[in-house]
Design a binder for this molecule. Structure first.
Ligand SMILES: Cc1cc2nc3c(=O)[nH]c(=O)nc-3n(C[C@H](O)[C@H](O)[C@H](O)COP(=O)(O)OP(=O)(O)OC[C@H]3O[C@@H](n4cnc5c(N)ncnc54)[C@H](O)[C@@H]3O)c2cc1C
Length: 448
């Protein structure tokens, strides 16, 4: 039986980052995923990278009329989805090769197949038993299904299915008002598709700041996206013409569309792992239970990323992987003390970090809310979009920045300065006193 110091299950952002750190720290490491094509996980294969590559094309298209204003003569004939899919495939291959190269350089051994636990120190992959001293489980999450909307890959699709399509629908109903639903609404609308966004909650992006969610709703409506909040799908009937959705809570209770995208959330993926054989506990939602140091109910087995109950972002998985690997290498038990920013790559984009205004009220924390609008920002105007604002939550006691939310151009880039401010407890005065490049979008903070 082969023996390893550490075995990592799952080669997504959490798994490959952990394997790299372990091998670089001198630990004999085996990284397992179901196939070589899965290296990079959901993030690379059907999540962050694919979605953002698609959204970037949509963004170029939505700027076409502004380019004309800028004096650029050109003719846009539309979008060739096959070409976009091919280009995205090449990008994924290139990024995957980069990850494989890094893993090989670090001396990580790879194995392809589905891993399952035999006992607390043994796993099995394609009939081979492998012993380990430490293990990190990073098996990610899967698409959440909802009873009235049975996925068929043709008419009723998951986010993953979208990237397999070679044509565009004339109309789509997107069920789910979270980040994935909002990003795909942006994508399809920019490409001229008739979009209806159906959200169960009264606000889009339920975890987001209320003002930001309202601004997004206004922008979506202005772009022609039909948004139905406080609405649920009761039944779906698929025919040759498309899908009829019977909904509750909206003015018209039947919607006919060509495609339906189901984006109602994601659930932890632990199928086939036989966690019970290793004595690893899951919570009521199926997430693997971990302590602050990412140890499961077995001290020598750790878990990171989307299969544990922390924010489901690739950047969160990277951070957790680094800490779990460090704890294995050093024997210490560090926790994650970093602020995990959130991002939605909609149009306009959104990014947030730290305390939301609502949370401050709930927790009885006295804050002052400061806002600055992109209307006064010269770079935003040069870029052709001066909508949106920055909102900062500042402690009334000592002026320390406790949280921030941005909706507007480059939000997902300029948030980082505020992440640092929240993490390092900087005051508003310190950030405002910093010299920002002129003209830059980040300069907006000067006007707070
Ligand atoms: C449409 C979409 C867009 C997204 N956009 C963003 C974004 O812009 N930014 C962002 O930060 N996040 C984004 N995310 C979320 C991000 O993709 C995840 O948070 C991230 O991939 C989680 O990484 P992970 O390592 O935990 O798991 P995953 O990336 O899910 O990887 C888990 C891996 O484990 C493997 N595996 C599972 N079980 C076994 C087993 N038994 N044996 C062997 N291998 C196994 C799987 O094959 C998979 O490759 C997006 C997600 C989606 C769906």
């Amino acid at each position: 039986m082969r023996e390893f110091d550490a075995v990592v299950i799952g080669a997504g952002p959490g798994g490959y980052e952990a394997a790299l750190q372990l091998a670089q720290g001198g630990i004999k490491t085996l990284l397992i995923d179901r196939s070589k094509e899965r290296i990079g996980g959901v993030c690379l294969n059907e999540g962050c990278i694919s979605a953002k590559a698609y959204l970037q094309s949509a963004d170029y298209l939505s700027k076409a009329s502004y380019f004309k204003e800028c004096g650029i003569e050109m003719e846009i004939k539309g979008v060739d989805i096959r070409q976009l899919r091919e280009k995205t495939g090449l990008l994924k291959n290139e990024l995957r090769s980069g990850i494989v190269w890094l893993l090989e350089q670090a001396g990580v051994e790879m194995l392809y197949g589905s891993a399952s636990f035999v006992d607390t120190y043994t796993i099995e992959v394609s009939g081979e038993r492998i012993g380990f001293k430490k293990c990190i489980i990073a098996t990610g999450a899967k698409v959440r299904e909802t009873a009235p909307l049975a996925l068929d890959g043709k008419r009723i699709l998951s986010s993953r299915d979208i990237f397999e399509q070679e044509s565009l629908p004339s109309s789509i109903a997107i069920v789910g008002g979270g980040p994935i639903g909002c990003e795909f609404s942006t994508f399809f609308r920019a490409l001229g598709v008739d979009v209806t966004l159906i959200a169960r909650g009264s606000q889009l992006l339920s975890g987001e700041d209320e003002d930001i969610a309202k601004a997004l709703l206004r922008a979506f409506k202005k772009s022609g996206i039909r948004v139905l909040t406080s609405t649920t799908v009761q039944k779906a009937e698929v025919s040759n013409n498309g899908v009829e959705l019977f909904i509750e809570g909206a003015p018209q209770d039947i919607i006919l569309c060509e495609w339906v995208l189901v984006a109602v959330g994601r659930d932890p993926y632990t199928d086939g792992l036989n966690l019970v054989n290793a004595g690893i506990k899951q919570n009521e939602k199926g997430f693997i239970e971990v302590n602050g140091a990412f140890q499961t109910t077995q001290n020598h087995i750790f878990s990171v990323g989307d299969c544990i109950d922390t924010p489901a972002y690739a950047h969160t998985a990277y951070a957790e992987a680094k800490i779990a690997a460090h704890n294995i290498i050093s024997g210490g038990m560090d926790c994650n003390t970093h602020i995990s920013p959130s991002a939605v790559f909609s149009n306009p984009p959104i990014a947030s970090c730290g305390l939301r205004e609502r949370e401050a009220k709930e927790q009885g924390i006295e804050i002052e809310v400061k806002k600055a609008f992109f209307k006064v920002n010269s770079k935003a105007k040069i870029l052709g979009d001066d909508s949106g604002f920055v909102k900062i939550m500042v402690s009334s006691k000592d002026n320390v920045i406790l949280g921030a939310s941005i909706i507007g151009v480059e939000a997902t880039e300029i948030i980082h300065e505020l992440v640092l401010a929240v993490e390092k407890k900087h005051t508003l005065q310190e950030i405002k006193a910093m010299i920002h490049i002129h003209p830059s979008v980040s300069e907006i903070l000067k006007y707070i």
